[in-house]
Design a protein around this ligand. Structure first.
Ligand SMILES: [Fe+2]
Length: 164
């Protein structure tokens, strides 16, 4: 018998994440602590080759109304733009390799400034709220991350079946 933490599939993981997010205010610390050790659902290994061929994220599964689970490969020497995720929170766990995670903020005059820099390795987790701009870049041979987002970014619409 499986308990409430069973996450054999991506959808089970997403249902558990949605429940954790609903438990109270400021869900990011709870989601980050949980995602750090949650067993990887079976779809992750299957999606890995395609994720590593892409220069963008690969959505794996999405619940209607969120959240969404995906993989993202960060090659070395190719930093992302300064970005957010369509006004939603996110939590990411490094599965393989190393990368740099920077947070950025927009100043009153509209210019962007870097606020923090952190280097991540396997098992490290970062969480960002809706307002936190960030940049990521693979280090060494690059990094593969498991990414949980509050909602499916508009640019990935149609790339994954949205489940009820
Ligand atoms: Fe991001």
């Amino acid at each position: 018998m499986r308990g409430t933490d069973a996450t054999r599939t991506a959808v089970e993981l997403l249902r558990r994440a949605a429940a954790i997010a609903r438990e109270g205010r400021d869900p990011l610390p709870r989601l980050a602590a949980w995602l750090r050790t949650v067993p990887l659902p079976e779809e992750v290994e299957a999606a890995r080759p395609e994720a590593m061929r892409r220069a963008r994220g690969l959505p794996i599964a999405a619940l209607e109304g969120g959240p969404v689970l995906g993989l993202r490969w960060f090659p070395p020497g190719a930093p992302t733009d300064v970005h957010d995720h369509d006004g939603g929170w996110g939590v990411a766990r490094v599965l393989e390799g190393r990368d740099r995670y920077e947070t950025w903020a927009r100043s009153a005059d509209g210019s962007l400034r870097r606020v923090s820099v952190r280097e991540l390795g396997p098992g490290d987790v970062v969480a960002f709220d809706a307002a936190t701009l960030h940049v990521q870049e693979g280090l060494d041979a690059g990094a593969l991350e498991l990414v949980l987002l509050e909602r499916l970014p508009a640019r990935y619409a149609g790339e994954v079946e949205v489940l009820r």
